[in-house]
Design a protein around this ligand. Structure first.
Ligand code: ATP
Length: 584
């Protein structure tokens, strides 16, 4: 059956239905129905638009437009004066709703308006994202105005929200993967294959398009390719050395370096560096690029941790100091001040061969054979431990050397792409305290507070963790300590950019917040213990719920994690159990 070209209106109606629900099953159904109407040429574009983008996250194509520019475009398209638009915006609290109303009673009659298709809208947004140079602002306004001019009221609502980053439909990639399977089979039976393909490409659009063109057979042929970030393997936790040896037996134990993760792709002289969240950060670290170019091995993908090094005092910088290197400007000055060292701990691809399914032992051998160590590039320090005592000795040595702890690795396990499995188990210094680990939580709102805090406009932040079964966020604590006045100002400014009038549709919360924000920023927090709670919603639906007692911010920089990569509800439950094992 030949599919018709999809009108943008069809997508706008889907946006509108998605906006009205918070139930994952319902969202999946709406998406599956939408996808069934799409063609192979459209599907990737639909998925990017659903996430307010024009490309996958690792191709830094920023679509963002400021409110002023968008207002000018609305004015150009509708004939209303900027002040009238602003007035309506203030009244309705959303430029999307304002433009919808204005388009409905447009002053200039739309004589030459044409029906918008999904492809038209995508291509205009792509031009907007790519426009650069002195005249680019005018071009962006013109392109957006043309879209608004040609749109019906409901279409205009979303056409304006997309570049403003205000779409907020709350669709995570897991829901899209479910919906692709449901579209084809009516259930989730294809989910695992689709997820594998997604994990080795980090590109939901690419996977979906391939699925449309070649079906599940095509999906199963997707291979690792240089230049496409692979979703990183994650580590489980256990409270002590005994439990680790009991779980995985004789194992490798590696030093745990506290810097930032870097996935490095090399093919000849071409080098690409990706962050943990799969963003391209090649341009930020010229000395790493140079050091990798010197490697004799023709092509590889390696996994590593990057640390700032202080050559004068011959010591490694703290995490906070190292993080100063993740910047967009003044790169070469900072590179001189804080050169980076790389600790390579895994290899995922080597000279045309996928390595992820090989056992750790083989991968480590391949690393040792193919990676040349030099001033910048080092292999992670590693021992083999047979007994809990050996593991603990090495752990103590690492902690005494100022490291965070160790990661024990199952010698026979593959590289667990995109998943937290017992192939890697972390043991940290911080486990000696009641709470076994820090928690990466998503900020979902804030309270204004009292006294001095009130003057600053932010007293406590409401944080949540991720429920991977339901693809929603559940609250864990209100945090009011651990940040400086500077941090508070920075938090407030960042959070105000993503304010929303009601709590996010993806948030399950019983507590209120003065200001709600879109779940976007992840912060590292700690606390005294995890306790049962009737106030917070962190728990499996229908089961016990938990809260964090005496919570505090550990690091005030936002983490390089998407909200779906925050600590999960399941992890919190496991941590609560670990805590019991320690105290009892
Ligand atoms: P996670 O990455 O597990 O979600 P996280 O980002 O909070 O959690 P940690 O819990 O501190 O990080 O531990 C895992 C991280 O440790 C890895 O993502 C990696 O960046 C870092 N790391 C440091 N040294 C190693 C090593 N030798 N092997 C694997 N990972 C290491």
């Amino acid at each position: 059956m030949v599919k018709l070209v999809m009108d943008f209106k069809t997508l706008a109606f889907a946006f509108s239905s998605l906006e009205k629900t918070t139930k994952r099953l319902e969202m999946t159904k709406i998406l599956a129905e939408l996808f069934a109407k799409a063609s192979a040429d459209e599907i990737a574009k639909i998925l990017y638009l659903l996430q307010g983008r024009v490309a996958p996250p690792f191709e830094e194509k920023e679509l963002g437009l400021g409110e002023r520019l968008v207002e000018q475009a609305i004015s150009l398209a509708t004939g209303y004066h900027a002040s009238e638009i602003r007035e309506l915006y203030t009244e309705l609290g959303d430029l999307g709703l304002a433009v919808e109303k204005l388009v409905g009673k447009k002053k200039q009659q739309t004589l030459f308006a044409k029906k918008l298709t999904v492809l038209d809208v995508f291509s205009a947004f792509k031009k907007i994202a790519e426009a650069s140079g002195p005249k680019s602002q005018q071009l962006k306004i013109k392109l957006l105005a043309e879209l608004i001019h040609n749109s019906e009221p409901i279409e205009a609502r979303y056409i304006v929200r997309i570049p403003l980053n205000k779409l907020r439909l709350g669709i995570g990639d897991p829901t899209v993967l479910d919906a692709l399977s449901v579209m084809k089979k009516g259930d989730k039976q294809l989910r695992e294959s689709l997820e594998r393909a997604y994990n080795v490409t980090s590109n939901i659009g690419f996977v979906a398009e391939k699925f449309f063109r070649e079906g599940i057979k095509g999906i199963n042929t997707i291979k690792i390719e240089i230049g496409r970030p692979i979703r990183p393997a994650l580590a489980e936790r256990l409270p002590n050395a005994e439990e680790i040896i009991k779980k995985i037996g004789r194992c490798a134990v590696e030093a745990k370096y506290d810097g930032f993760r870097m996935q490095i792709h090399k093919k000849g002289k071409e080098v690409k560096l990706f962050s943990r969240a799969a963003t391209d950060m090649t341009y930020m670290f010229p000395e790493i690029v140079d050091a990798i170019r010197l490697q004799k091995c023709e092509s590889f993908i390696i996994d590593s941790e990057c640390l700032g090094y202080d050559p004068k005092n011959r010591r490694y910088h703290s995490f906070q100091e190292t993080m100063q290197r993740r910047r967009k400007y003044g790169i070469s000055d900072k590179a001189k001040e804080i050169p980076l060292h790389l600790f390579v701990f895994d290899i995922l691809y080597l000279n045309g061969d996928e390595m992820i399914n090989k056992a750790y032992e083989q991968r480590r051998k391949a690393l040792e054979k193919n990676i040349d160590e030099n001033e910048t590039v080092h292999l992670s320090d590693m021992i083999i431990a047979e007994t809990p005592e050996e593991l603990l000795d090495y752990f103590n040595a690492c902690v005494n050397a100022g490291l965070e702890g160790v990661i024990a690795k199952d010698l026979k396990a593959p590289y667990t792409v995109g998943a937290r499995k017992f192939a890697w188990i972390k043991l940290k210094k911080s486990y000696e305290t009641a709470l076994s680990d820090t928690i990466d939580a998503v900020i979902v709102g804030y309270d204004i507070g009292k006294g001095k805090r009130k003057e600053l406009g932010l007293g406590t932040i409401l944080v949540a963790v991720y429920d991977e079964q339901e693809d929603v966020f559940k609250t864990l604590a209100k945090v009011g300590t651990g940040f400086s006045e500077e941090d508070i100002k920075r938090f407030k400014q960042k959070l105000d950019e993503i304010k929303i009038p009601h709590k996010s549709p993806r948030l399950i919360s019983k507590v209120e917040a003065d200001v709600w924000v879109e779940p976007k920023y992840v912060v590292e927090i700690s606390g005294d213990e995890i306790t049962k709670s009737s106030m917070h919603t962190c728990g499996i639906s229908g089961g016990e719920t938990y809260a964090l007692r005496f919570p505090r911010i550990v690091r005030s920089e936002f983490r390089d994690k998407r909200p779906e990569e925050a600590t999960t509800v399941t992890e919190i439950i496991k941590m609560a159990k670990m805590q019991k094992r320690k105290s009892g």
